[in-house]
Design a binder for this molecule. Structure first.
Ligand code: SAH
Length: 246
């Protein structure tokens, strides 16, 4: 996968190349990530990349010329603009982007970019959520991190993406590590006893319970089998009992 990030702050976005899973994926040649400086493509005498908004109003708008010219220099199967009005990023959207080999990501800054760029260059606008950030750089870095994790072999076995939250629209189960007891707080016995069938059941129940408690909206999107539905009813009964019983 080749990812090109277009920004006026390429030194900022470049930092993701140097850490953790992304760094390793680059070393393993699973992905190329380039941060490209839009300013270098400006034909303005002072390398300007922004100007006043036609019609007036506060703030500067990024001009089309450097962006068009910069994006012309790379092969793109999809051109994404990080934008607060775009489609909200989620795991399904990440998965749907995995089919592209060459991904270009444009980061806006200031008040945003000239609409002609969006209308004529951009294939998809992606938002991180309903809030305004100063630039598209952090959103682009979030997007890239989410994508790289999905590249086969980017994660070690022990970091496997299977069973991660949102994998099936269920949240992950509770997890514990050593020691068995800390400040009198114990790890659930079932996880220590080593009965794999019981561990699997514990995890399924924990996953269903977490989804019910934290994100009940997700349960509407997931198809539960008979056994899972039975466990879910059991969880609901237990919760009602513990609420009413005290
Ligand atoms: N005036 C614009 C906001 C501009 S913020 C508006 O009201 O919609 C400047 C840049 O930050 C944007 O061009 C975009 O690239 C990025 N940005 C800000 N918030 C974002 C979000 N929630 N998701 C993705 N990108 C965002």
């Amino acid at each position: 996968m080749n990812i090109n990030i277009f920004s006026i702050f390429p030194d900022f976005t470049k930092t993701i190349n140097d850490w953790s899973i992304i760094k390793r994926a680059i070393e393993k040649d699973l992905v190329n990530i380039n941060s490209i400086d839009i300013r270098e493509f400006s034909k303005d005498r002072h390398s300007k990349t922004d100007d006043y908004s036609y019609g007036g109003g506060p703030g500067m708008i990024m001009t089309p010329q450097p962006i068009f010219d910069a994006l012309d220099t790379v092969k793109s199967d999809i051109k994404i603009y990080m934008s607060p009005r775009g489609k909200t990023l989620d795991q399904n959207l990440l998965r749907s982007l995995m089919k592209y080999e060459n991904i270009s990501i444009l980061c806006g800054h200031y008040e945003g970019i000239d609409q002609r760029v969006i209308d004529n260059l951009i294939d998809l606008e992606i938002s991180l959520g309903d809030y305004i950030l100063s630039g598209g750089e952090l959103p682009a870095m979030v997007l890239v991190d989410g994508l790289v994790r999905l590249i086969p072999q980017a994660l070690n076995n022990e970091e496997s993406i299977i069973n991660e939250s949102f994998d099936r629209n269920l949240l992950e189960y509770d997890q514990y590590t050593r020691p068995k007891e800390y400040r009198g707080l114990k790890v659930p016995d079932v996880l220590i006893e080593g009965n794999h069938k019981l561990i699997k059941e514990f995890r399924l129940k924990s996953s269903l319970k977490n989804t019910l408690l934290y994100r009940p909206d997700l349960l509407e999107k997931v198809e539960l089998d008979e056994k899972e539905n039975a466990i879910l009813r059991e969880i609901i009964e237990e919760l009602e009992y513990s609420r009413g019983g005290k």
